[in-house]
Design a protein around this ligand. Structure first.
Ligand code: PXL
Length: 433
């Protein structure tokens, strides 16, 4: 996936395009950049701004738009009317998701847009937005009104939507009990997404939030799912903020959840495998990835829904959640207990042809017979654990594949195991190729 960030350069790399490149790369996406202005700033103070000329701005945009298949665009700092109009001209006919982060002031006090350019921002940039993500302060400036008991935050969101943004997300609304909420206004629904508040001044969380929303939307997530994802990403970035310079902390996006990133990338790859729908069982597929030394299925990341067959395609239903999978995670847990290097698993439809292929490839394969399951195990409901343990009882090296042929009313199943989801994809490419 290729994502484009249009915005200002921040030499401290805490915000702006440098921050977006870090986030995009953390998502496993390729980050492209178009610089609108160069700022001089650090973690203590904001220095100069030098907007780029219309000519080089246009040339940067032409360069990336003519070469890459771009899956989503984020617009951050745009500074003046000339920049605003040039971006509008180049993007007005584009049919890819655009997230607009209407940055007005930096945390260290610099103005990121000229006052006299706000009108053009409303006219030319807001209508490009699939989603616009102002905080409360930015929402007040864009709507030219203050929040009060009559002019509610909902009304302000409506005003911004009327300017042409498809969806409006006003971030950072303080609530009770140390909660902080985002107000989401979609086409015809309005709701709050709440999360825990962390009190700390940092540099970068706004950029992290909008970069994450873009990634989720480019992945065809719903607005609600994207807001939740962005909230969590920004929360984690603040939690792992570091004092790198002498002033405020810079948010950290590095590897906050390597497990989540790798599994979601691998699921995206999995669904694209040619004819993979033929391998999805009746009970559908889950793909799981475990933390180091999992104690229970709560330490194993999996889909709260499933990878489901829809005609000749497969689609991903649900979200990645720890404890999201029961069966596949239980099987993985049992294998990991004996072979701690194995951290990932996926279940596939049982087919004789698949088993023959696996045998030909000389993968290590074990099986168990559900019809031999002792009654006490059946009663306890620990069939999977018993089966896997039985299958690997004599194994000296980790299995690649474990299968069973089912029982009365129980679907037969194949489970592929590996050290990582990527390792499983490699095995799958051989099996299905
Ligand atoms: O966080 C907003 C932001 C965006 N873009 C640039 C910035 C800042 C804040 O400092 O400098 C270039």
């Amino acid at each position: 996936m290729n994502l484009l960030s249009i915005g200002g350069s921040d030499p401290s790399s805490g915000a702006g395009i440098q921050s977006d490149v870090k986030s995009f790369s953390e998502f496993g996406a390729y980050g492209l950049t178009v610089i609108t202005a160069i700022t001089g700033q650090n973690t203590s103070s904001f220095g100069m701004i030098e907007p780029v000329s219309k000519t080089i701005l246009k040339n940067q945009l032409d360069s990336v738009l003519s070469d890459f298949k771009i899956d989503g665009i984020k617009i951050g700092m745009v500074y003046n009317s000339e920049i605003i109009k040039t971006i509008h001209q180049q993007l007005k006919k584009i049919k890819i998701p655009i997230v607009v982060d209407p940055v007005i002031k930096s945390t260290t006090g610099g103005s990121l847009i000229e006052n006299k350019a706000i009108k053009d921002f409303q006219k030319y940039i807001i209508p490009l937005a699939t989603v616009i993500t102002p905080n409360k302060f930015e929402a007040e400036i864009l709507s030219k009104s203050k929040v009060n008991s009559k002019n509610t935050i909902e009304k302000i969101a409506n005003k911004i939507q009327k300017m042409g943004a498809k969806n409006v997300v006003i971030t950072g609304i303080e609530g009770k009990n140390k909660k902080i909420s985002d107000l989401v206004l979609e086409k015809s629904t309005k709701y709050l997404v709440s999360g825990d508040k962390i009190s700390s001044t940092n540099h970068g969380s706004g950029c992290n939030y909008s970069a994450a929303i873009l990634f989720a939307i480019a992945n065809k997530k719903t607005i609600r799912q994207s807001v939740k994802y962005a909230k969590e990403f920004a929360y984690n970035s603040i939690k792992s903020a570091k004092k790198i310079g002498k002033g405020i902390r810079i948010t950290g996006v590095e590897n906050k959840d390597r497990i989540n990133t790798e599994l979601s990338q691998s699921i995206n790859e999995f669904v694209k495998i040619k004819n993979i729908y033929k391998n999805i069982p009746e009970c559908q597929t889950n793909f799981v990835y475990s933390k180091e030394k999992p104690k229970s299925t709560q330490d194993i990341l999996g889909l709260s829904g499933r990878i489901v067959k829809a005609g000749n395609e497969v689609i991903v239903a649900g979200n990645l959640t720890y404890g999201g999978s029961k069966h596949v995670a239980t099987a993985l847990l049992a294998v990991n207990k004996k072979f701690p290097s194995i951290h990932s698993a996926i279940n596939l439809k049982y087919q004789n042809s698949t088993i023959s292929k696996i045998k030909k490839l000389k993968f290590l394969i074990s099986s168990y017979d559900r019809t031999l399951e002792p009654n006490n195990v059946k009663k306890k409901g620990s069939t999977v654990e018993w089966g896997i343990k039985t299958a690997i009882k004599e194994s000296k090296v980790p299995p690649d594949v474990i299968f069973h042929k089912g029982d009365f009313g129980k679907e037969p199943m194949i489970i592929i195991f590996g050290e990582t989801p990527k390792n499983i994809l490699k095995k799958l490419s051989k099996i299905t190729g």
